[in-house]
Design a protein around this ligand. Structure first.
Ligand SMILES: [Zn+2]
Ligand SMILES: [Zn+2]
Length: 224
């Protein structure tokens, strides 16, 4: 079996490569924490730090976090020995904790998020089902789901925004993107994706922005 030390080395190599290849230090993203405590949970928690709150806010909404998340997910999935470990990638502002107490606090926060998501998954099945609960236009098609609060942050899930990057795919199709929470100082971030066939049919009524523009799928569609 692969040792924890080796897993950590492999994850860290992907994170460091991401900083270099995406050039994130230019936007103040150059620190991370990798947290793991097998006595408490089997998951590995990867926390990426933006230097300040405002940059984090911009990163969440603009799609920078989504690019980072995709890079890390793809990079980790490519490494066979660690492709199936449980992991949670999240974003914070400030500096990565150097002291044990603050690192422990970050672990507790990450663990709570993971527990929230797992509980939610039992109820909803998947993030996509949860999105169905959160977006009125899809809810009409699939019926009510029972997700009321976001497992990641605990806020009202229906208020979360479902976003995607108009330049990443064909403009008449959105098959992946991310969700953020509009609550003040909440750095909730999750990704969503659906198959092109389903996406093409479900999302064709969305009004699309110009390339690169982030569009609020749920809100725009709900107006129709
Ligand atoms: Zn949330
Ligand atoms: Zn929230």
């Amino acid at each position: 079996m692969i040792s924890s030390k080796l897993i950590a080395d492999k994850i860290e190599a992907v994170i460091k490569k991401m900083f270099v290849e995406l050039g994130t230090s230019e936007i103040g993203v150059s620190e991370y924490s990798l947290l793991y405590d097998p006595k408490k949970h089997s998951s590995w928690f990867i926390v990426i730090f933006f230097s300040d709150k405002n940059q984090l806010k911009v990163g969440l909404r603009s799609g920078i976090c989504h690019v980072i998340h995709s890079y890390l997910s793809n990079g980790l999935n490519e490494i066979e020995e660690i492709s199936n470990i449980n992991r949670l990638i999240s974003f914070e502002s400030g500096k990565c904790p150097k002291e044990k107490q603050s690192a422990d606090n970050l672990f507790v926060k990450s663990l709570a998020r993971m527990h929230g998501l797992q509980k939610e998954e039992q109820n909803a099945g998947s993030l996509f089902n949860k999105l169905l609960a959160g977006t009125g236009w899809l809810r009409k098609i699939f019926g009510e789901s029972n997700v009321k609060t976001c497992g990641m942050c605990g806020h009202d899930f229906k208020k979360h925004e479902m976003l995607f990057d108009g330049k990443s795919g064909k403009l008449d199709r959105a098959t992946e993107g991310w969700t953020i929470c509009p609550e003040e100082n909440c750095n909730c971030f999750q990704t969503w994706s659906i198959s092109p066939e389903v996406g093409g049919n479900l999302l064709k009524n969305i009004k699309y922005g110009s390339p690169g523009e982030v569009v609020k799928c749920a809100e725009e569609a709900a107006k129709d």
